[in-house]
Design a protein around this ligand. Structure first.
Ligand SMILES: *Cc1c(COP(=O)(O)O)cnc(C)c1O
Length: 422
């Protein structure tokens, strides 16, 4: 299987696409063609994942694929054919764990650094990615991770997930929003000299190695629904998760519908409506901060996938959910069924409520993207009660943090990479 950039360059092999992250022409890699697959039997994600990803990987990859995806992703019934796809059971209690683990294994197995050098994995985070990537990569030989985060834009508990690990994890607090962090990663990856000096690669969802594994749980959910055709509601920011869902539907020939649920950062909704994505869209801070993305990278992939597939385009829609609705949904779920939901999943649940209000029938699957305990301040403010800390995150408060502030420009990043490069 080869990969082409959304802007036309290629073909390249999977190891090259994994290492480059961003294609040299500034586009994002997609598989040259998608294999047609049959709906596998319902079963653990590791089994379904190995079956789905087999077509993309060498035959001897099955062992590490199964290991990366050995995380439970149950479909939780909410009644009335409403379902939550619970993706919060990984090491940092967010769906990004699975993709990060897969990418770490894939780089080690398919693209090891030459000689005794090591690769530098750059990652911009609006909250969850940094923790998931740091947990998946830290302590691995031949790899180090540099996390760029908005110094003022992540919760303390999120920050502690990548500032307390050490062992090959460097954290840089950028003076700017997430979009500035994302732009810096792209600039660094486009700088040949910097790339060669540090063997730079990216662990953001621009990397095809994050996307492929995310397709697996859409397939698993379809198998769990025994072939019934659902509407998937995907709480979206950078649109990597939604893109993976579209890949899954294309491979299965499923006519599932997809709703991208966004917060006030609504570039995707504007695109669906055929309007301009709003030039320099400034990022708006919301309670669902991991979705505060003004310019979603993967919109380019969504556009490419749907350009060649009218029917898929027609099954794709958007819902905008504001902060007030999000917090009200969190309060209501807690009051009515004692359930804590995180602010991102809550955006999806508001979208679900609207769909039902408009008479949408059949199964609706809301992707539950993080555990409520990762966002104690927001959840407590919304519900008046404190959510339990996920077991995997307990004890972070007691550890010492290490991170450095950084200006939002490439020269500063260059200096920090060299300093941390020893
Ligand atoms: C990253 C993230 C999202 C958005 O996913 P995208 O692939 O960026 O659209 C939603 N919820 C949570 C909790 C996240 O961490």
């Amino acid at each position: 299987m080869n990969y082409f950039s959304t802007r036309g360059s290629g073909p390249v092999s999977l190891p090259v696409a994994l290492v480059e992250g961003l294609a040299p022409d500034g586009g994002l890699y997609l598989p040259e063609s998608l294999p047609s697959i049959d709906l596998p039997p319902s079963g653990p994600l590791a089994d379904v994942g190995a079956a789905v990803l087999g077509a993309f990987l060498p035959p001897n990859a099955t062992g590490w694929v199964r290991q990366a995806l050995a995380i439970d992703t149950p479909l939780v019934p909410l009644g009335d054919d409403d379902h939550l796809l619970d993706l919060t059971r990984g090491p940092t209690a967010a769906f990004k764990d699975m993709g990060a683990r897969f990418l770490a294994e894939a780089l080690a197995a398919l693209a090891p650094a030459p000689g005794d050098r090591r690769r530098t994995v750059l990652v911009a985070t609006s909250g969850d990615t940094g923790g998931a990537v740091a947990a998946a990569f830290h302590g691995r030989r031949g790899l180090r991770v540099v996390v760029l985060f908005p110094a003022d834009g992540v919760s303390e508990r999120q920050r502690r997930q990548f500032t307390t690990l050490g062992q090959g994890v460097t954290a840089l607090g950028v003076d700017g929003p997430f979009d500035a962090c994302q732009r810096l990663v792209k600039e660094a990856l486009s700088d040949r000299e910097l790339v060669d000096r540090h063997l730079l690669t990216s662990a953001n969802s621009i990397n095809i190695g994050r996307l492929l594994p995310q397709a697996t749980w859409f397939v698993k959910a379809l198998a769990d629904l025994e072939g019934r055709t659902p509407t998937f509601v995907v709480p979206s920011g950078n649109l990597g998760h939604l893109t993976a869902g579209l890949l899954a539907a294309r491979m299965l020939g499923s006519s599932a519908r997809f709703v991208g649920a966004v917060n006030d950062n609504d570039a995707f909704a504007r695109w669906v409506e055929g309007r301009e994505p709003d030039g320099g869209a400034a990022t708006v801070a919301t309670p669902s901060s991991a979705m505060d993305v003004g310019r979603p990278s993967n919109l380019e992939r969504v556009a490419a996938l749907t350009a060649s597939d009218e029917s898929l385009r027609a099954r794709l829609s958007a819902e905008r959910v504001n902060a007030e609705e999000t917090l009200a949904e969190m309060a209501r779920r807690h009051r009515d069924d004692g359930r804590f939901v995180d602010p991102h999943t809550a955006v999806g649940l508001v979208a679900l409520r609207r769909l039902r209000g408009r008479g949408v029938t059949g199964p609706v699957v809301v992707l539950s993207t993080a555990d409520a305990g990762k966002f104690p301040a927001t959840v407590t403010a919304a519900t008046g009660a404190e959510p339990p800390v996920p077991a995997s995150l307990a004890g972070l408060e007691g550890r010492s943090e290490r991170w450095r502030p950084m200006a939002a420009d490439l020269e500063s990043l260059r200096t920090h990479l060299d300093e941390a490069g020893a």
